[in-house]
Structures are given as C-alpha cells and as structure tokens.
Design a protein around this ligand. Structure first.
Ligand SMILES: *Cc1c(COP(=O)(O)O)cnc(C)c1O
Length: 363
C-alpha cells in the first residue's frame, strides 16, 4: 500500500481491549448510568432518530449552550455558547487544534511524561513535535518550561493538567505564566483537563483564565468523570476567534444528531452521572496510601488513576495481575504502572493480586 513512508511500520495506538473481570486500564468511570438516565437517553435518541434523514445541526449551538452551563456549574467559568466547541472525544477536538494551528514548518510542544496521543496529532498534521521534560517528581520547572517555549516558539503548547499518566495537576500560576508567554509569542496554549472533575479541593480550573487569554483553550471530555466514554463527546472552551479557526477544519456535520442528543440528555443528568466522583477521589487517595504501605512509590493524584512503582520487570507484574483477571496499564516511565480507580470491589481485587506479586518477589 502507498502509505506515508513514516507510517510504514507503525501499529495503531490503543490499550489492549481484553475481556477481563476487572478492567482498570483506560480510566473509565466504573459506574454505569442508572435505569432512569438510560431511559432518558434512549428517549432522546428515539426523538433524534425520527429526523435522521436530515443532516444534523452543523453548529450544534444548543449542545454548546448546555456545555457552557455545565462549565459554569462545575468551575464558575462564564462562557457564551460560541466559546464552546465539541467533537467525537477530546482527542478529535485537539486534532482540530493541530489541524488549524499546526502544519508543515510549525511546531507543537509538550513536556514528558505526558499523554501519548499528543505526538500522534503532531505527526498526522505534519507538525514538528518538540518534547521537554518534567522533573523527577513529575512537576514542571517554571523557568525551564518558559525557556523551552521561548527557544522553540511552538505554534501550539499542550499541557495536560491533571496529567496522564502521572495524575499530577499543574499550579494555576504556572499555567498562567505559560499562557502569558505563549500569548506574547502568538502561540496557542491547550490545557487538557480530561480529568478536571477529579482535581483536589483548592485546585482551580484553567477555565478561570479564559477571559484574560484569547490564545488559551481548555479541553474537557465526557469520557472520564462524566461516565460517558462510549458516547464519544469531548469539548473545548476558548475565545470566539480560536473556536472560529476550528470551525474551518472540522469535517461537515462531524457531530451526529445521535451524539448531540445523547450528550444533551446526559448533561441534564450531570449531577447523577458525576455523583460517584467524590467516592472515586476517596478511593484514589486510599489507593495511594495503601501502595505506600506496601513499600512502593505512588504519585499523589488529581485524577482517577494512580501511577505507582517502581518494578525492575514491570511487564511481569502487569502480566501476573492480568493472570488474576486484573487489567491495568503498562505506561509511563520505565518501571512504573498505572491503575485506574474502580469500585471498592475492583480495588480489593487489584490489591489482592498485587499483594500476591509482592509476596512472591520476596521469596
Ligand atoms: C482520556 C484522555 C482524553 C480524552 O479522551 P476522549 O475519550 O477522546 O475524550 C484526553 N486527554 C487525556 C490526557 C486523556 O487521558
């Protein structure tokens, strides 16, 4: 096949999708929607189905208004519907950013370890990928970060906060300093808050910076805290000018009428869909504590997963857990593993399986 030369030996990205009793590998919310929410979503889909001979609303301003209202409730951000954008997952939203602001002769920059899809958006849009480093404790050094941005003059800077796979959030004053520097350089700053709802008390959302920085975009998703990974709805808040650039590159009618209906119905039930977030945060903090008690390192997390380690042979540890029916993620720096936070029963299974590995390695 005449595939692009640089793609010739590449495998498609993706975590293994295995049928296991305890799936703790892709940071989903483990609680499915209640019967009441299922019924309301089904009703909304039935209504949308009656008009499926027509293309959907290309501008989806009703959904964008609902998303703006949700962000006001969640982080106090005051946004007009025109300041919201959505697509099939926040991955697609961020690809739109690279399509609009990246491209040949342009650069995108982030700081590793971070989300493994960022270099793929760059690759797919012929944008040069520049990667700086986080510190050993996965924080970002302010002067090094600003220096890297000034030196490389990227068109797009991507910062995940809370970060995947480390779980660490960036201080808001650091995000603001980077927003200011990128504004001076005429660059776009994307703050990826896919795990925003899991942040600890007192960690503000970058949406609070939007009024001051027209070059800032804050990406969110309904896939994680919102318990709607299967619906594929990601979104982004930014200035009207930034959003207008994304409208140029989106495919016609990219957001189906069914997706719009499902998302709007789910947003009507945001309180219920998010009701487990507090419990998941508590389970997360307990998991960090438990891992420490086992003599392991575990990174304090603002997300719904924990990075822990280190293991000389992490693949063997990952495989032992899988043999016990517990699927976690082999990702992050060498020697580390990542576990998503599940139900109490799922976390008990994870702990039992890991204890077994730790005991065996003592012998
Ligand atoms: C999961 C995740 C996303 C969102 O994925 P979608 O399902 O496409 O919305 C975005 N960024 C990070 C860092 C993630 O971990």
């Amino acid at each position: 096949m005449p595939i692009r030369e640089e793609f010739r030996h590449l495998e498609p990205y993706g975590a293994p999708q295995l049928d296991v009793p305890v799936a703790l590998n892709v940071n989903e919310n483990p609680y499915p929607p209640s019967e009441r929410v299922v019924a309301d979503i089904a009703h909304a889909v039935a209504q949308a189905a009656a008009g499926l001979n027509r293309y959907p609303d290309r501008e989806f301003l009703d959904l964008r208004a609902d998303l703006a209202a949700y962000l006001y409730r969640e982080s106090g951000a005051i946004l007009r519907p025109e300041q919201l954008w959505a697509a099939n997952g926040s991955n697609e939203v961020m690809l739109h950013i690279l399509q609009a602001f990246g491209g040949p002769g342009r650069r995108a920059l982030s700081f590793a370890p971070t989300y493994s899809m960022y270099p793929e958006y760059a690759r797919d849009t012929h944008t040069e990928w520049i990667v700086g480093r986080r510190e050993g404790d996965f924080t970002l050094d302010r002067s090094k970060a600003l220096a890297a941005i000034s030196r490389h003059r990227p068109s797009v800077v991507l910062l995940a906060s809370p970060n995947n796979p480390t779980g660490t959030a960036l201080p808001i004053d650091l995000i603001e300093a980077i927003a200011a520097r990128t504004a001076e350089l005429g660059s776009v700053l994307v703050v990826d808050e896919a795990y925003g709802e899991f942040r600890r008390e007192g960690t503000p959302s970058a949406t609070t910076l939007l009024p001051s920085y027209p070059n800032l975009a804050v990406a969110r998703t309904m896939s994680k805290a919102f318990a709607l990974a299967g619906a594929r709805l990601g979104y982004l808040a930014a200035s009207n000018d930034l959003i207008n650039a994304l409208r140029v590159v989106r495919l016609p009618y990219h957001l189906s009428a069914v997706t719009q209906a499902v998302a709007r119905a789910a947003l009507r039930h945001s309180e219920e869909l998010l009701s487990r977030v507090g419990q998941l945060r508590q389970e997360r903090d307990e998991t960090v504590h438990w891992l420490h008690s086992q003599g392991l390192q575990a990174v304090d997390s603002d997300a719904n997963f924990v990075l822990f380690g280190t293991f000389r042979q992490r693949h063997a540890v990952w495989q032992s857990l899988l043999d016990d029916g517990v699927l976690i993620r082999e990702t992050g720096p060498d020697g580390w593993l990542r576990v998503s936070i599940g139900t109490a029963a799922e976390m008990a299974a994870f702990k039992a399986a890991l204890e077994k590995v730790l005991k065996a390695s003592e012998r």
